[in-house]
Design a protein around this ligand. Structure first.
Ligand SMILES: [Zn+2]
Length: 197
């Protein structure tokens, strides 16, 4: 499912559940991708004419509770002519990426043999902490992010799951500090710099 740009349309997306007045369970698993421009005019930073208040108002339409349910946030800079000319369609092949993902999913599957879970996303964070603990030192920054209000309890659990995915992609077994920090950076998006400082 992909909604673009979500800053304009998320209200419509949420009205699906709000309209029925309850929770509906569908027999489906899906990956929700949202994309948003940084401001209403959507021009590059150098030619943007939006006032700071306009930008803030536009971005505030993405509510905190909605963003708290998004596991990964990535800020993308504007693509330049140089980027396009340098690329020439020679990026990493999808088949190679798919192979890496398959290996990571196999690593998770092996770890969760004998449990009801198959992927990191399936495992409740409390079970993840209890049965597959990460070294305390590796979790220092993520703990600080929570203490400083950058991360909710839900966010903390999502970072743990994401750290395991980073470790599975790297083939390193238990997540190390670098995996946890990377997961936190992906979770917080542009806010990561405030935590890392
Ligand atoms: Zn603008």
């Amino acid at each position: 499912m992909c909604l673009t740009p979500c800053a304009s349309r998320w209200r419509a997306a949420l009205s699906v559940s709000g309209g029925v007045g309850g929770t509906a369970t569908y027999p489906a698993r899906f990956c929700l991708l949202l994309a948003a421009n940084p401001c209403p005019c959507a021009r590059t930073e150098s030619s943007c004419t939006c006032r700071p208040l306009q930008r803030a108002s536009y971005l505030s339409r993405l509510s905190g509770p909605l963003l708290d349910r998004i596991d990964v946030q990535v800020a993308l800079g504007a693509i330049t002519r140089g980027d396009i000319q340098a690329e020439r369609g020679v990026g990493e092949a999808s088949a190679l990426v798919a192979e890496r993902v398959a290996q990571a999913r196999t690593a998770a599957l092996m770890r969760y043999v004998g449990t009801p879970w198959r992927t990191n996303a399936d495992v409740p964070p409390t079970a993840l902490q209890r049965q597959w603990p990460i070294a305390r030192a590796a979790l220092e920054v993520v703990g600080k992010a929570m203490d400083d209000g950058h991360l909710t309890v839900r966010g903390y659990g999502r970072v743990l799951r994401l750290a395991w995915t980073m470790a599975d992609l790297g083939g390193v077994g238990t997540p190390r500090k670098g995996d946890v920090d990377l997961a936190l950076g992906l979770r917080l998006g542009p806010r990561w710099t405030a935590v890392a400082a």
